[in-house]
Design a protein around this ligand. Structure first.
Ligand SMILES: N[C@H](CCC[C@H](N)C(=O)O)C(=O)O
Length: 276
């Protein structure tokens, strides 16, 4: 069967987006892996499905699959592309869009300057809900990795994130630590791993080794998790510019009970179709 898709990206974190409104999609993990394959398929970090709403008082449902074929709870850069997509395709003319995900409802706002603001919800800090093995919630945890004791922040934006502060981002051990934490017993559902360099109380540089993908050019939930962790550690102010290899996001987290707000771009690259 032939499926139409749109290739999109948020700061170089790239997606294949399918309209599951007009063409119900039931694909297998193997098919998702094929779509994500940069040599034998289309190539992307994640596959996004735009579906009719399932949660009350929402406009759409939003499903996310990593390039390894696994479905995940949340994708921040994908959320901005989702908003761009449903507008470009005429699926809505609303400026404020409520979207159901596996992690709950997020709100997308089309800004006048063609940027998109997303309410990413309140971060989850309770270890059992992240999930992460720890006795109680803390701003920092000591985690043994390959004989070394790492100091990590651990936060969920619906999906699990570990955040490590580094002095020199260029030489951060992304592959070594990122891969090791995927098999770590304290992260039972694996984990996205962010490496954060503090530039000031209002600015960080960040690289992310994403669960199910590896290093990406940007990670929206990773940027949110890094700012949450930085604020819990007393290192960051309420509004932070997050510079990623693919570009920068503005992230705002006023206080612990508040949702995290993310502000940034989304782009369409090309349309195509694939036989599956
Ligand atoms: N790799 C993530 C999903 C995509 C998140 C990222 N692309 C973003 O922009 O938030 C996970 O396994 O939880």
């Amino acid at each position: 069967m032939k499926y139409a898709f749109t290739k999109m990206h948020g700061l170089g974190n790239d997606f294949v987006v399918f309209d599951a409104f007009s063409q119900p999609l039931e694909l297998t993990p193997e098919q998702f892996r094929h779509i994500g394959d940069r040599n034998f398929g289309i190539g992307c970090d994640q596959i996004l499905l735009v579906e009719p709403p399932t949660l009350p008082d929402t406009d759409f449902n939003y499903r996310i699959f990593n390039a390894d074929g696994d479905e995940v709870e949340q994708c921040g850069n994908g959320a901005r592309c989702f908003a761009r997509y449903v507008h470009d395709k005429g699926l809505t003319d609303k400026r404020e869009i409520r979207v159901g995900t596996k992690a709950g409802v997020i709100t997308l706002l089309m800004e006048a300057d063609d940027m998109i603001r997303v309410n990413m919800g309140v971060p989850v800090l309770e270890p059992g809900q992240i999930p992460f093995v720890a006795d109680q919630a803390a701003a920092e945890y000591q985690v043994e990795v390959q004989g070394e004791t790492l100091t990590l922040g651990v936060v969920s934006m619906g999906n699990p994130h570990a955040v490590m502060v580094v002095d020199n981002l260029e030489h951060a051990p992304l592959e070594q630590i990122g891969s090791a934490l995927q098999q770590h017993p304290r992260f039972p559902q694996r984990v996205n791993v962010g490496f954060m360099q503090i530039l000031s109380a209002d600015a960080i540089a960040l690289r992310v080794f994403e669960r199910g993908v590896g290093e990406t050019l940007a990670c929206g939930t990773g940027a949110c998790a890094a700012v949450v962790s930085g604020r819990l550690r007393g290192l960051l102010n309420k509004t932070v510019k997050v510079s990623l290899p693919g570009g920068s996001l503005m992230i705002e987290w006023p206080d612990e009970q508040a949702p995290v707000l993310m502000y940034g771009p989304a782009a369409s690259v090309f349309e195509g179709s694939i036989e599956l």
